[in-house]
Design a binder for this molecule. Structure first.
Ligand SMILES: O=C[C@H](O)COP(=O)(O)O
Length: 261
């Protein structure tokens, strides 16, 4: 079955809610509607921007999707600073990123935490974007495929096959994030194909065929075409390039198969 490509812009800790409104308006205005039939485009702003983005998308019936960059493991309670699944679902979030390497590194998130957060996202009717990826050290040791497939299988532990259909996987080699060093399209394909094979092994080929596997790490309008041309790469999780309206629009158009008119 054909998988619809997804371009998801992870803004990380950038842009306040006013800047968020300006960026969403710019992308929505510049990207003609017909492209949305070929590619799904999502923005993943910081928590403080989500209400503004939701209001804009709903009010103007924009075709963009939106989501969050993290979620609490708990539904409610004494967890100062956390944001829960019910809160994100109420904000109309379609997607929630879990297990980004920056959270694994700066917030000591283990595969067990990633697994609990993935379950929370699904429990509240949203789709998790589960991130995996190896450090330069692991890649140089040649164990990147085993490292990434283990992270994925651990992150999905205990899910029913039907739930796995909703999951989006993002392969982000840590050495390629924000460094300008993009993995080659072949590097991306190698790991994305291995992740799909691991899903097929565990949940069956039909499910693995449906799951979208994204690549992330220094993706731009100039390299998305080659990356998305790989048979197991179904889009991108975009950091830096998603903060520039013109560039993100161009990149999304390229993912839809052609440059902007
Ligand atoms: O979530 C996005 C990734 O970390 C990639 O970031 P980047 O495009 O700035 O390299």
């Amino acid at each position: 079955m054909a998988r619809q490509p997804l371009i998801a812009g992870n803004w990380k800790m950038n842009l306040n809610h006013l800047e968020a409104i300006a960026l969403v308006q710019k992308v929505a205005f510049a990207l003609p509607e017909k492209y949305f039939a070929k590619v799904e485009v999502a923005v993943l702003p910081p928590f403080t921007d989500i209400r503004s983005v939701q209001t804009l998308i709903d009010g103007d019936k924009l075709l963009l999707k939106h989501g969050a960059q993290d979620i609490s493991e708990h539904d409610s309670g004494a967890y100062t600073g956390d944001v829960s699944g019910p809160m994100l679902a109420k904000l109309g979030c379609d997607y929630v990123v879990v297990g980004h390497s920056e959270r694994r590194e700066h917030h000591a998130e283990t595969d067990e935490v990633v697994n609990r957060k993935t379950r929370q996202v699904l429990k509240h009717g949203m789709a998790p974007i589960v991130c995996v990826g190896e450090s330069l050290e692991v890649r140089e040791a040649g164990s990147h495929v085993a490292h990434c497939t283990t992270q994925l299988i651990e992150g999905l532990k205990g899910l029913k096959a039907e739930q796995v259909r909703q999951v989006v996987v993002a392969y982000e080699p840590v050495w390629a994030i924000g460094t300008g060093k993009v993995a080659t399209a072949q590097d991306a394909q190698e790991v994305c194909a291995a992740l799909r094979a691991a899903l097929a092994d565990k949940y069956g080929a039909e499910i693995a065929d449906e799951v979208r596997v994204l690549y992330g790490g220094s993706v731009k309008s100039s390299n998305i075409g080659e990356l998305i041309g790989q048979s197991d790469v179904d889009g991108a999780l975009v950091g830096g390039a998603s903060l520039n309206g013109d560039e993100f629009t161009k990149l999304s158009a390229m993912a839809a198969g052609g440059p902007l008119p």
